[in-house]
Unconditional design. Structure first.
Length: 183
């Protein structure tokens, strides 16, 4: 009897790991990554602050506005944060971090439809840049899981959160992306 329980637990863990791996693989395929890129990406994802200096001065100005917004979110001033994110988009409409911050902001505010639209925009902008980091994958998988959770798709959310924790457990252990973590 005890051997059967142990075998059952092992099979359950194997099944969960297999399902999580399949989700990561399919999500990676959707954004054009190879699975090896994700397995080898146990480094910190690219944050907004670390992105400064990588493109040009217009992008840097937009990134600084995103950082201001993240700081406003941290301070509990969501209206001011939203205004900063919107200014960041006006300065550089191709800044994927501005849309990522907007997705996070709307998810935290309980607007999963808007969060999903902004996450889609961020993902397409990241995907269009050659040599991008795995950052959008870490952020995107976890944010998509949060969106699923708010829509009541708990099974899908659980699988995506498992995949996000596999990539970056220190960020997604609490199933939430704080403004400080993205900053």
């Amino acid at each position: 009897m005890r051997g059967c329980r142990t075998l059952k637990k092992s099979l359950n863990r194997f099944f969960l790991w297999t399902v999580a791996s399949l989700i990561v693989t399919s999500l990676a395929a959707c954004v054009g990554l190879e699975l090896g890129d994700l397995r080898d990406s146990r480094r910190e994802p690219l944050t907004v602050s670390a992105a400064i200096g990588r493109v040009d001065s217009t992008r840097d100005a937009s990134l600084r506005l995103v950082i201001e917004g993240l700081d406003e979110d941290t301070a509990g001033r969501p209206a001011r944060a939203l205004a900063s994110y919107q200014r960041a988009v006006r300065v550089d409409s191709t800044n994927p971090f501005a849309y990522l911050a907007l997705a996070r902001h709307h998810l935290e505010g309980g607007s999963p439809e808007e969060a999903s639209a902004f996450l889609d925009q961020a993902s397409s902008l990241f995907a269009s840049r050659p040599g991008r980091s795995h950052g959008v994958d870490v952020w995107g998988i976890g944010l998509r899981a949060g969106i699923d959770r708010q829509f009541g798709r708990h099974e899908r959310a659980n699988l995506r959160f498992d995949a996000a924790r596999e990539l970056s457990p220190e960020i997604w252990d609490d199933e939430r992306l704080s403004s400080a973590e993205l900053r």
